[in-house]
Design a binder for this molecule. Structure first.
Ligand code: GLN
Length: 210
């Protein structure tokens, strides 16, 4: 299993280490050709403005969009979640715009720039996940088809999944708990297992088929 980590800016090295601990082969993606043969891609935390600008400058916006639209799993953490969102309030740059969520940059304001919280995440099971938030965005709205995976105690959405897209506004790459990287690895395995691909049902009305 070969997974890519977008390595233009931000804490891509920590994501690489987290994946290697799960015996995943990691490719640092800086150019379109680095996307060849990947079973999934992670966009790290950092600055969403810088990452979005560099994605455009390095010609990566269209190739990543095409691959994800064809089914390549994508995970974004913090700035990465902002780069994935269809609507990103406070981001004045073109982003990937792939996931049906609205995020708000720096939504927690200055007083609570950074904080930590234990999150109950049914998709990961017990125990709660210790999550680190650093100038995090919030997920303000999720459109139909998007599953909320985690909320803060006040109801704020902080993790969501839409099929092969996973957005987290905190940083699982900065703690030792491997469960979200393992979860994404399973998403990538499911996407590349032939038996799991959408199958056209027999007799589905295509007249060119016997
Ligand atoms: N505040 C940053 C942004 O808006 C995100 C911070 C982070 O990734 N830790 O891009």
């Amino acid at each position: 299993m070969k997974l890519g980590v977008l390595a233009l800016q931000g804490d891509f090295a920590e994501h690489g280490s987290a994946l290697r601990r799960l015996d995943v082969e990691v490719v640092e993606v800086r150019l379109p050709r680095h996307l060849e043969g990947l079973s999934g891609l992670i966009i790290p935390g950092g600055e969403s403005t810088t990452i979005s600008r560099l994605l455009r400058e390095y010609g990566l916006l269209a190739p990543i969009r095409e691959r994800v639209q064809r089914g390549m799993p994508l995970m974004g953490t913090c700035a990465g979640a902002i780069v994935m969102a269809k609507t990103a309030i406070g981001l004045h740059q073109e982003n990937l715009g792939l996931m049906d969520i609205t995020v708000r940059r720096n939504a927690f304001g200055r007083q609570v720039d950074s904080f930590e919280a234990d999150l109950e995440i049914p998709a990961l099971g017990a125990p709660p996940l210790h999550a680190v938030f650093i100038r995090a965005p919030t997920i303000e709205t999720v459109q139909p088809g998007v599953e909320v995976l985690a909320r803060l105690a006040d109801g704020t959405v902080v993790a969501a999944r839409q099929g092969h897209l996973l957005a987290l506004v905190f940083h699982p790459e900065l703690t030792a708990d491997p469960r979200f990287h393992a979860y994404f690895l399973r998403m990538a395995e499911q996407a590349t297992t032939p038996g799991q691909e959408p199958v056209v049902a027999a007799g589905s009305g295509d007249p060119s088929r016997p």
